[in-house]
Design a protein around this ligand. Structure first.
Ligand code: IPD
Ligand code: CA
Ligand code: CA
Length: 263
């Protein structure tokens, strides 16, 4: 069994606790689809409950760490080096529509850099975890990015902008460029899992912008520890600030970046 550090154990235990509520609530969503009020309010409650559990558990274990949470915003900690960066439910729209593809994402940023990450999909019980210098894992298995070298064989993930968000015309131009050169494109709907899938080799690459630190902190550690590269789409290293993300295996990061930058 791969040895988890005390830090990873804290994150895993918190994720498992929050996941119980999410699974219960996901089971309810189907019934709510037909109710008058609809499931949207219910899902935002599920999201908030998950965040409260994560906050309680993580703060109990590391009371001095700062916090950055999607719903609750930022709280500085006594320890100015370490910060929890949390998405209590990544893939909310999937959850709302009864699509079983969503996750809890917990990252640790240390001295301004992603340091550790846990991404948990409670539906299929896939637990992704990684810590800087310690490798990336799916449950007990060590992860490695895919070995595909040819763009024409690559399966690429992305996130599409939506109503009121992002640059739609640019996304379409980039999509055209990528579908012309690759085996296929997927929009799965949970950015944290997209990055976990690059780490596990299911996807050969992924790009999206704009994302938020809680969507990507844990996933950046996973991809890097699995031997892949993560930069901004433009090639820079300020993903956590800009929200622009390009992740891929070591062979395809450059060609995929060249395609996206070339449009
Ligand atoms: C969203 C998902 C989605 C991505 C969006 C994110 P949320 O997060 O990760 O895949 O395309 O940009 O905002 O809202 O479900 O936590
Ligand atoms: Ca998210
Ligand atoms: Ca979320």
């Amino acid at each position: 069994m791969a040895a988890r550090s005390p830090l990873i154990n804290v994150m895993v235990n918190a994720a498992y606790k929050a996941a119980k509520g999410l699974i219960r609530d996901f089971g309810e969503v189907e019934h709510l689809q037909v109710s008058k009020k609809g499931p949207a309010d219910f899902v935002s409650q599920a999201d908030l409950k998950s965040e409260q559990i994560l906050k309680r558990e993580l703060s109990k274990a590391r009371p001095d760490y700062g916090l950055l949470m999607e719903e609750g915003g930022g709280t500085p900690g006594k320890d100015s080096s370490n910060r929890w960066i949390i998405d209590p439910l990544d893939g909310t729209l999937n959850f709302l529509h009864g699509l079983p593809h969503f996750a809890i994402s917990i990252g640790v940023e240390r001295d301004g850099e992603p340091f550790a990450g846990v991404i948990y999909n409670p539906v299929n019980d896939e637990l992704y975890w990684a810590e800087k210098g310690q490798g990336a894992h799916l449950n007990e298995r060590r992860l490695r990015v895919s070995a595909r070298r040819k763009m024409e064989e690559a399966l690429i993930g992305t996130g599409a902008p939506f109503l009121g968000h992002g640059d739609h015309a640019l996304f379409i131009r980039r999509t055209e460029a990528v579908i012309a050169k690759t085996a296929g494109l997927r929009r799965l709907g949970a950015a944290a899992l997209d990055l976990a899938y690059v780490a596990s080799g299911r996807l050969d690459g992924f790009w999206e912008e704009p994302l938020h630190p809680w969507d990507i902190c844990a996933g950046i550690v996973l991809v890097r520890e699995a031997g892949g590269y993560v930069t901004e789409i433009g090639g820079g290293g300020a993903m956590m600030a800009s929200g622009s993300v390009l992740a891929a295996n070591d062979q395809l990061h450059r060609p995929l970046g060249d395609l996206l930058r070339g449009v």
